[in-house]
Design a protein around this ligand. Structure first.
Ligand code: PPS
Length: 290
């Protein structure tokens, strides 16, 4: 694969260059009724929710969740890089019940998910921590273009010129339809504040009834520290030509408010302006500190 391939546009959305090659298969993807779908804007806690759901559908059995890396157990629908099976290929071959990861905005989700009325968990995170996390991810995951300086990346982010496009359109788009469809809309900051409360919401949403000790086990197995040390959850098994973890780990900090250590006063003001402007037509709000 060419390192740092340029972004392409599919159906009006910027996407990683190699992902664009598989776009047709993504749009034609056949969802199944019992699929569980996790949707996020990148860097909003997808991997965390993936681990929770995989444990949950296996009744907290952590031997089962050691069967493969998180990106194999919860395949990424849009994923496509040369010489590796694509997300759609992996998913088509997977037995039910599947847990699926996607970063698609609501209007580009393959129609079969709506037709089959699949349960969807949407997880959102405040824009400042997303931006910082995304910048470090761009640096280490070389399927992305070079991020440039932080200021350059910030400008591209605000202009929606990064992979998966505008953060605000994404979080607002899913927020708008959350009551019309089978969608559980959650926040990363709430999960940090009270993980068990949020895990319980997920359990009820997917129609499970697990005893307290299993919920506690799911909680313990999905703390930042435990997942960071778990090779099946921390991306350490992914080939280094896809992610160079020596540049920045995948499990980086896992907190709310890291932006305070990363943004200059001027950059913070730009983001405050962006947030104010973009969020004035919605009742969706975010917390920037816990
Ligand atoms: S991706 O590439 O879009 O799928 O990334 P995603 O998993 O959505 O987001 C990665 C960020 O989530 C943090 N993370 C966690 N935080 C708290 N607790 C747990 N268990 C956890 N697991 C992952 C991860 O550290 C990334 O955030 P940053 O701010 O970069 O640390």
């Amino acid at each position: 694969m060419v390192n740092r391939p340029p972004i392409k546009i599919v159906s009006g959305m910027p996407i990683l260059g190699p992902f664009a090659e598989n776009w047709e298969n993504v749009q034609d993807f056949e969802a199944r009724e019992d699929d569980l779908l996790i949707v996020t804007y990148p860097k909003s806690g997808t991997t965390w929710m993936s681990e929770i759901l995989d444990l949950m559908i296996h009744n907290g059995d952590d031997m089962k969740t050691q069967r493969g890396a998180i990106f194999q157990r919860v395949p990424f629908l849009e994923y496509a890089v040369p010489d590796m099976p694509s997300g759609t290929e992996i998913l088509n071959a997977l037995e039910s019940q599947r847990v699926i990861k996607s970063h698609l905005p609501a209007h580009l989700l393959p129609g079969s998910f709506w037709e089959k009325q699949c349960k969807i968990i949407y997880l959102a995170r405040n824009v400042k921590d997303v931006l910082v996390s995304y910048y470090h991810f761009y640096r280490m995951a070389i399927v992305h273009p070079e991020p440039g300086t932080f200021d350059e990346f910030l400008q591209n982010f605000i202009d929606g010129k990064i992979a998966f496009g505008s953060w605000s359109d994404h979080v607002k788009g899913w927020w708008k339809i959350r009551h019309q469809k089978d969608i559980l809309y959650l926040f990363y900051e709430d999960m940090l504040e009270d993980p068990k409360r949020e895990i319980l919401k997920v359990m009820k949403f997917i129609g499970k009834d697990l005893p307290e000790e299993v919920l506690e086990k799911i909680h313990q197995r999905t703390t930042f520290k435990t997942m960071k040390e778990n090779h099946m959850a921390n991306y350490s098994t992914i080939p280094s030509h896809v992610m160079d973890l020596s540049v920045s780990p995948f499990m980086r900090k896992g907190i709310c408010g890291d932006w305070k250590d990363q943004l200059t006063v001027a950059q913070n003001e730009i983001l405050d302006e962006y947030y104010k402007r973009e969020m004035r037509d919605t009742d969706l709000t975010f917390r920037f500190e816990n």
